[in-house]
Ligand binder design. Structure first.
Ligand SMILES: Nc1ncnc2c1ncn2[C@@H]1O[C@H](COP(=O)(O)OP(=O)(O)OP(=O)(O)O)[C@@H](O)[C@H]1O
Length: 489
């Protein structure tokens, strides 16, 4: 599987104190953070931290207060200078950079969102969002254009002229997010970004972040002290203690295979009723396709992802319409029929709050992954059997062998090549960044994932499987496919 490394942290140590080298010697001798503080009155912020973050993932840094989360996040853009070690972004060592190079890398690659919003209270929303561009000297017209786009992305269209003081906490944090996005950075660093919000607003913002991640495909490094939040939004989680990383893994791995007794105790506090719902085990629903798309697009997407079925949605609100199977779509293409004509509308779907115990028989009876939809019919995610098993193992409520086997799917992607289609009169290029086909290249699951979980490996290209929250990378199709019917979902 091809996982592009976006950011790499190698042996980072941070000592707060006047004689850091002395502290490093003591660390090498094996003394603990508290012993070193007792001896030297210097604090070990980070001790030999190593990890990689993949392109397009949400990587959560989690731990109790004082464990080193914020220090680590701030080392990533050198707001705090590491005492030792290297940080590479796209292979470039930022710890070596001079101030000018660092500034330019920060501008182009890194955006930061703070817990306390860090907004200018007497400026409008628009001017706050455009602020970073303003200090870079970007002309007014251009910066406003970019700022308006970012404001729309975070759902604040119409509030451009509001004053910050007139906004609720949730809206303020959207402004903070828009300001970070206005620069179009590759990586968003978010420091306890939702911690100051009321629980309901916080949960909404978490949902928004997931949906935004689907659309803008940023790499997000998110600091949180809240395990439920980390489990909900993280593709992977790094759990910290006393300046060290004790475990890195997918939410499922952290819960089911805790590295030591500290992690076990940490996860013991998880709200199990939350784990045991459909929502808690669903994966992002990528790829999916617009009902207005043509069969050719569907075939290309299924080929790219190595899957034999794909969910069909309608409109920006991603209303679930049904599912199409590769064989039917090939037929449709041959006969000049629409995608809708071969769509199976009554696919199994469940509500996000459905208890897992009720999900089990449904997934066992279904030849597709289960679709999770909300009250208004929006496709929120999909559930594959492996995730259900993981959650059940944690709960201990049901033995794994009680879970029925899945039915194999009835069809496999045929080897057959799609027939030539007449060139369309009007063409719209499919750019993965625009999300027409609703298929971000990185995500943690797809209708195809279930195939990769043991049903139909024969038909899945090696690079196409999605595993451990780091799924297949879909090829850039912008120069290979065109379809007049593609619409944004
Ligand atoms: N400027 C500083 N000077 C001295 N010690 C510091 C400084 N900043 C952080 N520390 C210490 O470094 C360690 C890690 O702190 P850090 O703020 O990174 O933890 P955290 O996990 O982010 O905590 P919180 O969730 O409370 O923000 C703590 O022991 C803290 O006291």
């Amino acid at each position: 599987m091809d996982k592009n490394i976006k950011l790499e942290v190698r042996n980072i140590t941070k000592v707060f104190g006047k004689h850091p080298q002395k502290v490093i010697s003591l660390l090498n001798e094996g003394l603990s953070k508290s012993e070193i503080f007792g001896k030297t009155k210097q604090t070990v912020g980070l001790n030999n931290v190593n990890f990689e973050v993949y392109d397009g993932e949400i990587f959560v840094i989690m731990g109790l207060s004082g464990s080193g989360k914020s220090t680590l996040l701030r080392c990533l853009n050198r707001l705090i200078e590491p005492t030792k070690g290297e940080i590479l972004i796209d292979g470039q060592n930022i710890t070596d950079m001079d101030p000018e190079e660092l500034r330019s890398t920060r501008r182009s690659k890194l955006g930061m969102v703070f817990q306390n919003f860090a907004l200018l209270p007497h400026r409008s929303v628009l001017d706050n969002v455009a602020y970073g561009l303003e200090i870079q000297g970007i002309p007014k017209e251009e910066r406003y254009l970019k700022a308006l786009e970012a404001i729309e992305t975070v759902g604040l269209k119409g509030q451009e002229n509001s004053r910050i003081t007139q906004l609720s906490g949730g809206m303020k944090q959207r402004v903070g997010l828009a300001r970070a996005l206005a620069n179009d950075p590759d990586i968003l660093l978010m420091d306890e970004a939702f911690s100051a919000l009321d629980p309901l607003i916080r949960s909404d913002m978490q949902d928004e972040l997931l949906s935004l991640e689907d659309r803008v495909q940023k790499t997000i490094i998110f600091v949180s002290h809240d395990l439920d939040e980390a489990l909900k939004i993280g593709d992977r989680i790094a759990l910290m203690k006393d300046g060290e990383i004790v475990q890195i893994g997918t939410p499922e791995e952290i819960l089911t295979e805790p590295a030591d007794s500290y992690v076990s105790r940490f996860v013991a506090g998880v709200d199990r009723s939350k784990i045991l719902t459909a929502e808690s085990v669903m994966k992002r629903p990528d790829p999916f396709i617009s009902i207005n798309s043509g069969p050719r697009v569907a075939i290309q997407l299924m080929k790219d992802y190595g899957i034999s079925s794909i969910y069909v949605v309608e409109g920006k609100n991603r209303r679930l319409k049904g599912i199409v199977m590769i064989g039917d779509v090939l037929e449709a293409l041959k006969k000049g029929k629409s995608l809708e004509s071969v769509m199976i509308p009554d696919t199994p779907r469940v509500a996000p709050e459905m208890p897992l115990k009720e999900v089990i028989p449904l997934i066992a009876d279904s030849q597709y992954p289960l679709a999770v939809v909300n009250d208004s019919g929006k496709l929120l995610g999909i559930i594959v059997r492996a995730s259900v098993l993981g959650a059940l193992a944690i709960s201990g409520e049901i033995e794994q062998d009680e879970v029925p086997e899945e039915k194999p799917p009835e069809e496999k992607p045929p080897e057959e090549k799609p027939p030539e289609e007449k060139p369309p009169e009007k063409t719209v290029s499919i750019d993965k960044n625009e999300g027409e086909a609703g298929s971000p290249p990185e995500g943690s699951g797809s209708p195809g994932s279930i195939i990769n979980n043991g049903i139909d490996n024969g038909s899945v290209p090696a690079e196409a499987g999605a595993k451990n929250g780091a799924p297949a990378k879909a090829p850039d199709r912008s120069d290979t496919m065109q379809d007049p019917e593609v619409k944004t979902c």
